[in-house]
Design a protein around this ligand. Structure first.
Ligand code: GYE
Length: 306
């Protein structure tokens, strides 16, 4: 009989399954929710979680993955701080027979056989959506819309792809013009100081595209301190969909929020279990998305847990 899952039940290894998971850090609301989802799902699936926090440091993260190999964990998963630098350690994991799963973000390696599966969001389309909603908001008016962008950490997949998606959509009609950008390092404080610098350099800012909620909420503080009315002038669009951002929409301080779900714990554990038993897993698992505005945020807020 065909064995569609590829699992060899006779020779399946005995548990417990040990998952070495390396997290980016604890930079904001999305990340904390992502960690909570992974911890909860590991517990529910009776998987021993060896959790390490890279604290935003790419070198520490690679050292942590080496430590997982030394500890002979069953499966390694990680959310890369940046895309580069992964070849050597992942070849070592492959040599040791330990399957690898990428979560949330991607890596810059040509040899895609270095990882068994990746689970996360389509970041470019989040950028597309941010631009589409913003542009639609100006329907029936004319003239260019001056947009400033607050970027995440340089070298991270969502920083690159959200920017690319936004720019590609904006270029189609030429209505939205990205006049300046600053990095806000994914944090609220970083977003606030980025916005202050952008305000100093730019006379007319019609809209802000903040690549995550925390930076957008930081920008609100800087804009209010400068006597502006964030949410209206300028409009602000962010990505993630945390409780704090949905509340920001209800309070009319943000204009649109593109959702990027941090809840990837369950799909991750199901891939880990299948890999442990030698089963086949999908190369790519994509998470859900939606867009909220000032009117729709209230309902979503009711059952948002993060
Ligand atoms: O948008 C941001 C976090 O990689 C999707 O990382 C994630 C991003 C998320 O710091 O809030």
């Amino acid at each position: 009989r065909d064995e569609p899952t590829g699992i060899d039940l006779q020779n399946a290894p005995k548990g417990p399954i040990v998952l070495g998971f390396s997290q980016v850090g604890a930079e904001g609301g999305w990340r904390r929710a992502n960690t909570a989802s992974i911890r909860k799902a590991a517990e529910r699936n009776r998987i021993d979680l060896n959790f390490k926090d890279a604290e935003g440091d790419p070198a520490k993260q690679i050292a942590d993955v080496h430590a997982f190999i030394d500890a002979k964990v069953s499966v390694i998963a990680f959310a890369p701080v940046v895309e580069t630098g992964w070849g050597e350690v992942l070849r070592r994991a492959r040599g040791a027979g330990i399957p690898v799963v990428l979560t949330d973000r991607l890596i810059d390696e040509k040899d895609t056989s270095l990882w068994a599966s990746s689970i996360g969001a389509e970041f470019a389309s989040e950028g597309n959506l941010a631009a589409i909603y913003l542009e639609n908001d100006y329907a029936g008016t004319s003239g260019t819309v001056n947009v400033v962008e607050i970027l995440g950490v340089t070298g991270a997949t969502p920083t690159k792809l959200r920017a690319q998606g936004f720019a590609a959509t904006a270029a189609k009609t030429g209505r939205l013009k990205i006049i300046d950008e600053e990095t806000g390092d994914w944090t609220k404080d970083g977003g606030e100081s980025a916005m202050r610098r952008l305000l100093r350099r730019n006379k007319r800012i019609d809209a802000v595209f903040a690549q995550n909620d925390d930076m957008g909420l930081g920008a609100v503080i800087a804009l209010e301190a400068a006597g502006k009315k964030p949410g209206t002038a300028p409009k602000i669009v962010t990505v993630d969909g945390t409780k704090a951002a949905l509340q920001g929409l209800v309070d009319r301080k943000l204009t649109f929020v593109v959702e990027c779900s941090p809840e990837i714990g369950e799909p991750l554990m199901s891939v880990v279990v299948d890999l442990f038993h030698g089963g086949r897993v999908p190369k790519r698992i994509e998470s859900d998305k939606a867009v909220f505005d000032m009117e729709t945020a209230g309902d979503a807020l009711l059952d948002r847990t993060y």
